[in-house]
Design a protein around this ligand. Structure first.
Ligand SMILES: Nc1nc2c(ncn2[C@@H]2O[C@H](COP(=O)(O)OP(=O)(O)O)[C@@H](O)[C@H]2O)c(=O)[nH]1
Ligand SMILES: [Mg+2]
Length: 250
């Protein structure tokens, strides 16, 4: 029994090879598998990964670019019923989430087997390297807004470096989640909170990518703002309906 790491990719042919090289070193001392969630990247990311021929890495090939939220939902559905996996790790392909930070996150203690560990840039010890000021402000403001609107006492709600216990993911109505873009991170953090998950934040160093380009867009920011406002209203006006929506009944 061991974790599986899900890595969403869209045109990450150079970065993913570097990341898998670093994960190979970690794999010498720890057992885990990797599932790449590729949206038919035109640069051939999926084929490049397959050619590496690593026994512990496979690719979920999706038909086309459908957003980060959709890729994660498909990835979770693929792995959570497999009894081999104790935890599901999510990390970006572009090197922004450092393999060095992963062991500390994997070893975080939890009071319950229904748990979420968040890699956080915005707690003491956390940091960002080479990230433009505009992105830092967007990330901090996005987290602050979600924290207040949804009343979730965590400090990095938009980051994608996380570990969910499989037991937590099995409790969630993943098909009820609607966020397509990066605000999926906020939606699943909220659902985890509603499911009563034990949450831990581990400080991470987020390093701006050196290969490839960001897929962040204005549409993604607008979706996040709009969705967070709607979720905030729903939590205030219909708190119990909200739990029924996101968490399976026992
Ligand atoms: N499968 C899939 N992956 C995506 C999509 N959009 C972004 N990604 C991946 O999600 C991760 C984070 O995206 P990135 O562009 O680095 O966002 P940024 O770090 O916020 O600028 C990267 O590994 C991307 O390749 C998408 O629509 N589908
Ligand atoms: Mg990135």
């Amino acid at each position: 029994m061991y974790p599986i790491i899900l890595i969403p990719t869209y045109n990450e042919s150079i970065a993913i090879v570097e990341l898998l090289n670093k994960l190979s070193t970690l794999h010498n001392g720890r057992e885990f598998e990797v599932l790449i969630l590729d949206d038919n990247s035109p640069d051939g990311t999926a084929d490049i990964v397959d050619k590496l021929n690593l026994t512990w890495v496979r690719v979920l090939r999706r038909p086309g670019k459908a957003g980060l939220g959709a890729a994660y939902r498909a990835g979770f559905a693929e792995v959570i019923m497999n009894p081999r996996y104790t935890h599901v790790v999510t990390m970006d392909a572009d090197g922004s989430h450092r393999v060095e930070d992963l062991p500390v996150m994997l070893d975080a203690e939890h009071s319950s087997s229904v748990s979420i560990t968040l890699g956080s840039r915005w707690v003491p010890g956390g940091s960002v390297v080479n990230w433009p000021l505009s992105r830092q402000i967007l990330s901090r403001a996005g987290t602050a807004y979600a924290r207040i609107a949804l009343r979730i006492p965590l400090h990095d709600l938009t980051g994608g470096f996380r570990i969910y216990s499989t037991e937590l993911l099995r409790k969630l109505n993943l098909h009820q989640m609607t966020a397509t873009g990066y605000c999926f991170q906020i939606e699943i953090a909220m659902a985890s909170d509603l499911a009563g998950a034990s949450a831990r934040e581990v400080p991470i160093t987020f390093v701006e990518r050196v290969n490839g380009v960001s897929k962040m867009s204005r549409a993604i920011v607008i979706e996040a703002l709009w969705q967070t406002t709607l979720w905030g209203l729903a939590r205030t006006l219909r708190p119990s309906a909200d739990k029924l929506h996101y968490v399976k009944s026992e």
